[in-house]
Design a protein around this ligand. Sequence first.
Ligand SMILES: [Fe+2]
Length: 478
Amino acid sequence: MEAEKFIEKGIRLSVKAEEILRKLNNSDVEKEIIDSGKKYIDEEEVKKLIEKKKEEQIVVKRPYSFKPLSKEYSSNIKVLDRDVTGNSRTTGSIDDFVEYFRNRYSKLSKMLKKFDPKYPETKVEDLKKSMNQQVKIIVMVTDIRETKNKNILLEGEDLTGICKIVISQGKEKLFELGRRIIKDDVIAIRGKVLEAFVIAEDIEWPDLPITREKKLSENDLAAAYLSDIHFGSNNFLEESLERFISWIKGENGAESLASKVKYILIAGDIVDGIGIYPNQEKELIVSDIYKQYEIFNDFVERLPEYIEVIAIPGNHDAVRRGEPSPALESDLISCDITSLGNPSTVVLEGIKHVLYHGTSMDSLISSLYYLSYKKPEVVMEEYLKRRHFSTLYGGNLIVPEKKDYLVLEEEPDVLHMGHIHKNGYGYYRGTVMINSGTFQARTEFQVRQGHVPTPGIVPVYEFKTGRLKTLNFLKGEQ
Ligand SMILES: [Fe+2]
């Protein structure tokens, strides 16, 4: 404070008043004194003016009254009956395995029948009748080898027999497709029968139709996508999740996007769990599984009551380890959410969401040379192409149910996954792909693996416009 500016205006300050103003050093209060028109200001007068200014500031900073648009709408959720919850019928016998693979083959082969319609499908047992002719076969790949001439030699099987398929390295484009085949893939192959082999000329996966368009909804609502929160972990980012809660409640002021959020989807790994891998308990801050879920229940209860939460389990959650996994039960989840199995399909405002945690991403990334943990959306595209969530039987723990719940029978409008703690977004043949990252900081395990996670980033998808936005809650800047 400069006393001179008061002298210039002919205002005299008492010693105490000058002392208070000097300490306060607030230009708004000083202006108030000058504007008051008074020629002598004592301690009492200064205190009065300070109070007046404070009250004015409170009026100016009165919190914005948050009137969420989504509160005006009732929720529109339809769960498609496709998950394993309450439907598990396996006994783990050999017959179950046979039935499981037959079911997988029959579902995927049905999708493949459309490929190259001018060639009718030939059953493997009839190949010898088609010598030197063009055929189309639909097989499950049981073996992949490289021949001495660097060609790819596949062994494939349908319900009638086993055959050998050659993909020549001389055909560059085809060979590249061949390098994308993994064991247990169900694919259609067109080619020529030559002695004991089918010489491949084209290859097709079940895939999504090329003609699909992005599905939008009438209501201007949105969903926020979470996964891998890991409640109970000592790396859980509590402050970041708190920022997300404040944001969704509109506590940060006039927030039009938060106002549209009607749904929160969680793609598994809600808690960190116990005994997930050796020494994992050393990374826990809450080592009681029920208490870990209590923190989750508290989190849900703090969310606005007009928001619907839909969640599936991941490999860290308290359900059976093998996939498909049933929904988390009410002894753990006491809050009001839609608890579904992994994978699951739910239609929100007419937009079909498929949720899968993504545990099999590890085996897929290690099997295909062009995939990496850095680009989850590229990995997600593989699931849509293969129309299956865990192709490699030996690479993942699959429970052989009589029906293969891991076949992606639906054509999703949104595919939501998690697991690798890395946000990623893409669009493939009418499907919006979202990998929703994590709320867990980088773990020792990830440091050893060289994985760099992207914690605290939440994607929000607007159903009416099809816009996807991401909000960064890691350090507070959005
Ligand atoms: Fe996971």
